[in-house]
Write a protein that binds this ligand. Structure first.
Ligand code: CP3
Length: 353
């Protein structure tokens, strides 16, 4: 395998020196790009787009054609895994994802099994192989999965929720059932991420979008414990190259020390976390990724420049920082603002290295 031409992301994740701070954005491919909407229309639906490796490769590369990003992230969704488990998945305009067969009955939960990624998620692995070929070593490719708990939220609720009533009722009323789901999800996520690594993913990230809705004890027991098991089960080296792992719990700012102790290489921060304080708390142990409020990209050049400057100053001098947003790019973001963000990070970060 040829060496990467731009390995700043990998180096920053391993806390090695870099000439500037690498930047990529969660949801960097998506509806704010007109060419994405065009490709999705050609695919017929979001799910058809995910399942078509040619088109998924195309949209993975779209943001890299426009912006000087330091990484690609494979175009897919965290919910392809529950779909591969047979729960049925649909996306309705304006409402978000829906699982047709949410887990409610004890019998269904006892029968749940982890899918074989080579069979049921082959389209994601094919996309990864195609993207790696197309990138030709330009920048690294990130693979990802949802956390066992975040996936369980969707699998039990059946879709988006504001109060997590069904999954929390199970957590407090029938914890053994939720643990059974989490145990299967943990095996499924580990096998899925390892299959992504074997297909060419050079970094892996676990998205724990809903862990932050839990109390501290519940977070440790129902979310972090399972992410730690995932990290312990990951292939750390592939073809002689270290494969760094990133854990991101949205709303997890209070628990950074325990997340950093999980064995991951980097911790993702949302925008509610003070970067300087995070660095003092855990910056010697792991790399940090984040954490500009995505809403800054809705405003103009001045807000972007001062927002980037503040985040960089907060993280301070030295390596171990990957610039990102604190959550995904909003669909209402003007693309030229993303270009400005990426260029500004590259320009202003040099003095910190
Ligand atoms: O970052 C990237 O560019 C890679 C692609 C990516 C998508 N989803 C594409 C997508 C990634 C990494 C995800 C992760 C994901 N998906 C998460 C975790 C991160 C987060 O955002 O918290 C979650 C919770 C999901 C589940 C999901 N998928 C929701 C709630 C929605 C609907 C809300 C929305 O923004 O539309 C999706 C759909 C989705 N996933 C879209 C994209 C580009 C929009 C679908 C469309 O084109 O209509």
């Amino acid at each position: 395998m040829a060496k990467l031409k731009n390995d700043t992301l990998i180096r920053a994740l391993l806390r090695q020196p870099t000439p500037y701070t690498p930047v990529w954005l969660m949801r960097q491919a998506g509806r704010y790009l007109p060419e994405y909407n065009e490709t999705r229309a050609r695919a017929g639906s979001f799910l058809a787009l995910c399942k078509n490796p040619d088109l998924a490769t195309e949209v993975t590369l779209q943001p890299l054609a426009r912006f000087a990003l330091d990484a690609a992230i494979v175009f897919s969704d965290i919910l392809t895994l529950p779909e591969a488990m047979g729960l049925g998945l649909g996306f309705t305009e304006g409402e978000g994802p829906r699982l047709d067969r949410p887990l409610r009955e004890e019998r269904e939960i006892r029968n749940l099994t982890a899918p074989d990624p080579d069979r049921h998620l082959r389209y994601v692995l094919d996309t990864i192989r195609q993207v790696r070929k197309a990138l030709a070593g330009e920048v690294p490719l990130i693979g990802f999965a949802g956390s066992p708990f975040t996936l369980a939220c969707y699998m039990v609720e059946g879709g988006a929720t504001s109060d997590f009533r069904t999954v929390k009722t199970m957590l407090y009323g029938r914890p053994e059932l939720l643990h059974r789901i989490l145990d299967v999800n943990c095996s499924a996520v580990t096998a899925y991420l390892n299959a992504q690594i074997e297909s060419g993913a050079q970094v892996v990230m676990v998205f724990d979008t809903w862990g932050g809705t839990l109390g501290p004890g519940e977070y440790r027991e129902f979310s972090l414990a399972y992410m730690q098991r995932v990290v312990e089960g990951l292939k750390r080296v592939h073809h002689g190259e270290r494969i760094p792992s990133i854990l991101f719990t949205k709303g997890g700012g209070a628990w950074l020390e325990s997340i950093a102790a999980s064995g991951c290489d980097a911790v993702g921060l949302d925008w509610t976390v003070d970067p300087g304080a995070a660095r003092c708390r855990i910056g010697e142990r792991v790399a940090l990724q984040g954490n500009l409020d995505p809403a800054v990209l809705l405003a103009g050049p001045q807000a972007i420049r001062s927002g980037v400057a503040a985040v960089l100053a907060g993280f301070g001098r030295g390596g171990g920082h990957v610039f990102n947003l604190g959550h995904g790019v909003s669909q209402f973001t003007p693309p030229e603002n993303v270009a400005l963000l990426v260029d500004t990070v590259h320009e202003l970060s040099q003095r910190y290295h």
